[in-house]
Design a protein around this ligand. Structure first.
Ligand code: SAH
Length: 216
């Protein structure tokens, strides 16, 4: 199998060695072919320890960051998950193995179309792709077990908090334009618990909950 050795190496040295423990996450990352989500010209870097360009000024996140975020969603298999920022579709493909239904929103149409082609090629059927601004609620009534925002925000948006089921988890990078920290917000029956995880650098979330021109 093409790149199988590289994926095993990535899982051992970039993920397990750095503390990723969730076996389902590790297994999914060993099986999803990251190279199929990037341009063939850069396949030789597909399993490198870094983010890579996917066109339109956007990136596929570093594998370690994808693993940390996915682990923080604490998925068991039956969940409905909302992803903001489909990008290449790589994160979505992982989620499709780890939860039951995925709604993934991307504002850049060409990226969404490319991701749709990749999902079709891989016979992934449980991702519902939406082209649009993911800072606006998809549907006012919809609530999710997990919400993952793969673009950086200046603060935790209320929309997402309001769309969590009880015991649901929101994972989002929050900070300034140039550096952020991963946040996990859990909705419990008695209120919200916020935990911070690793420092990170994401492309900005554009839209209602992005940065104002005057902010950095
Ligand atoms: N999860 C992706 C990485 C995404 S990069 C992957 O696995 O490849 C972040 C993406 O968020 C970009 O594609 C960007 O266009 C998208 N984005 C930024 N703001 C958005 C918004 N308001 N709604 C939907 N998508 C948004």
């Amino acid at each position: 199998m093409e790149f199988e050795k590289e994926r095993k190496h990535m899982v051992e040295y970039q993920l397990r060695a750095r503390g990723i423990k969730d076996d389902r996450v590790l297994k999914a990352m060993e099986s999803v072919q990251r190279h199929l989500f990037i341009d063939e010209d850069i396949w030789d870097r597909a399993y490198d320890d870094c983010a890579l360009p996917i066109g339109e000024g956007q990136t596929i996140s570093q594998p370690y960051m994808v693993a940390v975020m996915t682990e923080l969603l604490e998925l068991k298999g039956e969940e409905t998950v909302l992803e903001i920022g489909t990008g290449s579709g790589y994160q979505g493909a992982l989620l499709s193995l780890l939860a039951s239904d995925i709604f993934s929103v991307e504002r850049i149409k060409v990226l969404a179309l490319r991701a749709a082609v990749t999902f079709k090629k891989l016979n992934i059927k449980n991702i519902h792709l939406v082209v649009g601004d993911g800072t606006l609620a998809l549907s006012k009534e919809a609530v999710y077990d997990g919400i993952i925002v793969t673009a950086a925000a200046p603060r935790i948006p209320d929309t997402y908090i309001n769309q969590l089921k009880v015991n649901g988890r929101l994972v989002i990078p929050v900070g300034n334009r140039f550096s952020q920290v991963l946040y996990q917000v859990k909705k419990t029956p008695s209120g919200f618990i916020t935990n911070t995880s690793t420092p990170c650098v994401f492309v900005p979330l554009i839209g209602k909950y992005g940065w104002e021109k005057s902010e950095t």
